[in-house]
Design a protein around this ligand. Structure first.
Ligand code: B1M
Length: 211
């Protein structure tokens, strides 16, 4: 591993926003592939934060400051994940489901979809089924992308799909889901059209749903 990647990893673990930004910029300046910076430096650090939380070494405040450092670093990477002036591949309404505040993974999925020329309507986190339904109605979206990071909030994906059915919109929009606790099987059980394990697979899935 390049030393600067390890420094990015450490700066996120320590929740140091300034150092993260400086080191991500240094890695970009050194010509390191943005995908390596993202996956080996940043996403790996968040997984380690999760492990430390599980072991009782980190608490919510540490998770929060690590997340802020990650988000600052991601902002720098965004232009490298986005492509310019390409014909729209379709419109995606995205959000983290009701009760769930984890938005880093969802933001990353949105960035990658944007990079693949999808138009994104990002509803943020803690999005109620009603808000998803209203956004599909008002934007005429082709795809809904729901994210959940908590086992307790996963069922809100099903509730949202039910709300789409009740409002007569289910046949007009494809539903894709993702987030660490999800599985392909769960996605099928709740009646989603597809599941993606990570952001690049989410792009491939969205493209396949547009055919
Ligand atoms: Co929370 N948290 N957290 N947390 N947090 C987890 C998820 C947890 C696994 C930690 C742990 O115990 N190891 C655990 C959940 C346990 C469970 O449900 N089984 C947990 C807990 C318990 C909690 C609280 C309940 C803690 C508490 O208060 N006691 C609380 C809940 C708050 C709430 O949401 N109501 C809480 C709070 C928080 C913070 C606010 C402090 C912060 C979030 C800040 C933010 O997002 N703005 C936070 C963080 C940072 C984490 C961990 C450490 C990191 C999550 C992350 O950003 N990962 C997380 C541990 C972990 O995941 N290992 C943890 C990096 C990100 C790039 O990955 O989000 O998985 P991820 O996204 C991936 C894929 O999943 C996929 O693509 C992304 C990129 O490859 N993907 C999709 C995601 N969405 C997709 C949608 C798609 C497709 C793919 O659509 C098609």
């Amino acid at each position: 591993m390049e030393p600067v990647i390890k420094e990015i990893f450490d700066s996120i673990l320590e929740g140091s926003q300034k150092v993260t930004v400086v080191k991500v910029q240094a890695a970009l300046d050194a010509g390191i592939n943005p995908a390596v910076i993202l996956n080996d430096g940043m996403v790996a650090a968040m997984a380690e934060v999760g492990r430390l939380f599980e072991e009782g070494e980190y608490f919510v405040p540490e998770m929060l400051i690590a997340a802020r450092a990650m988000q600052n670093g991601l902002a720098l990477l965004k232009p490298f994940l986005a492509s310019a002036n390409v014909k729209s591949q379709g419109k995606v309404v995205a959000g983290t489901v009701k009760g769930d505040l984890h938005d880093i993974g969802k933001n990353l999925v949105c960035m990658m979809l944007e990079g693949a020329a999808f138009e994104i309507v990002d509803l943020g986190s803690d999005v109620t089924p009603e808000k998803f339904v209203e956004a599909v109605r008002s934007t005429g979206a082709d795809v809904i992308c729901m994210s959940a990071l908590l086992t307790t909030t996963m069922p809100n994906m099903k509730t949202t799909i039910e709300a789409l059915k009740t409002s007569g919109l289910r046949d007009k929009v494809k539903v894709m889901v993702g987030g660490a606790p999800l599985t392909d099987q769960y996605a099928r059980e709740i009646g989603a059209d597809g599941y993606a394990a990570d952001a690049s697979r989410a792009v491939a899935l969205a493209k396949s749903l547009m055919i």
